[in-house]
Design a binder for this molecule. Structure first.
Ligand code: SF4
Length: 302
């Protein structure tokens, strides 16, 4: 969704990750309406989460699943500059198809882990009180044993629980987030790595590897046809989707008719066969595009 021009700009990326939380808190005098945890993005409105999980294709189409940050009057996102990792890394289509999608997926994994770890670090640093910590960090439950209370079903917060969760910061919620920003804002990336631990360092390595793949145009030595769908077929061409139904590639029938040649033989041999038998020469850049979009894949890859 496009940005709302009225959203204030935070000074750096790390602050952006926490700054989303500023928009989640009600003014102290206002009865809270969020039935999930006000602190962690991983603990949102449970009813909304259930509907989201059970309706995998409905987000973006159903009003019941509409994001609370959406501004109906303008059609804008109310937290654009501070949107969290999923929204910051989600695209319908990607430069370099599946290769680009994988890069953004691991960036999301990294940013999400940083968001969660820094939020927990702020909670630890700012002394919310043990009773609040017990509510914020309950022992894990199997999803099948989770249940909703009436307030959660009605989409409103329980005032008593809300107050207990805020602990020592009840009535000073905005100050809590400002204090969090003051903690996070001066952090360097090295600080973030030290605070967030080995998981972030693993995700950082995976992000670097995905970025190298994004820059590389090397072709696998042996290719095979991957499964794909024709989203639309016209005279002499089809729109093909393989890695992502949103991102189709228009391919001529002459090309589609020779894809079965990629049967696990070395690529040079396949290209020579296609040229000799079909009088068709396929360029390296076209092959790369077919690999990027998941229509061809390295032998041994799913
Ligand atoms: S926060 Fe909501 S409105 Fe903003 S980009 Fe994400 S889904 Fe869209």
């Amino acid at each position: 969704m496009p940005p709302a021009s009225s959203v204030p700009c935070a000074p750096n990326r790390v602050t952006h990750l926490l700054a989303l939380l500023f928009f989640s808190i009600p003014a102290p005098s206002v009865v809270p309406t969020c039935p999930g945890s006000p602190i962690f993005s991983s603990d949102p409105d449970p009813v909304h989460s259930l509907l989201y999980q059970r309706s995998p294709n409905a987000f973006g189409q159903s009003l019941a699943l509409r994001c609370p940050h959406y501004i109906e009057e303008s059609g804008h996102c109310g937290v654009w500059r501070h949107r969290e990792s999923t929204c910051a890394t989600w695209f319908c289509k990607f430069v370099r198809g599946a290769v680009g999608m994988r890069f953004w997926q691991v960036v999301r994994q990294l940013l999400h882990a940083v968001e969660e770890s820094l939020a927990q670090w702020c909670v630890q640093e700012l002394d919310m009180g043990t009773a609040a910590l017990q509510l914020l960090f309950p022992p894990p439950k199997h999803p099948s044993t989770k249940s909703f209370d009436g307030n959660q079903l009605d989409g409103v917060a329980d005032r008593q629980r809300y107050t207990a969760i805020w602990g020592n910061w009840t009535g000073r919620e905005r100050e809590f987030f400002k204090a969090s920003a003051s903690l996070v804002n001066p952090l360097t990336w090295d600080d973030v790595r030290a605070i967030c631990g080995p998981e972030i360092q693993i995700f950082e390595l995976l992000t670097q590897e995905a970025y190298s793949s994004l820059l590389s145009t090397d072709l696998p030595p042996v290719l095979q046809v991957h499964s794909f769908k024709a989203a639309y077929t016209g005279p002499g061409y089809s729109y093909i989707s393989a890695y992502n139904s949103f991102d189709t590639l228009k391919l001529p029938k002459t090309l589609l008719d020779v894809l079965h040649y990629f049967d696990g033989r070395p690529t040079g041999e396949v290209l020579r066969s296609i040229e000799a038998e079909k009088n068709l020469k396929l360029s390296q850049s076209l092959l790369r595009k077919l690999v990027d979009f998941g229509i061809l894949s390295a032998v041994g890859e799913g």
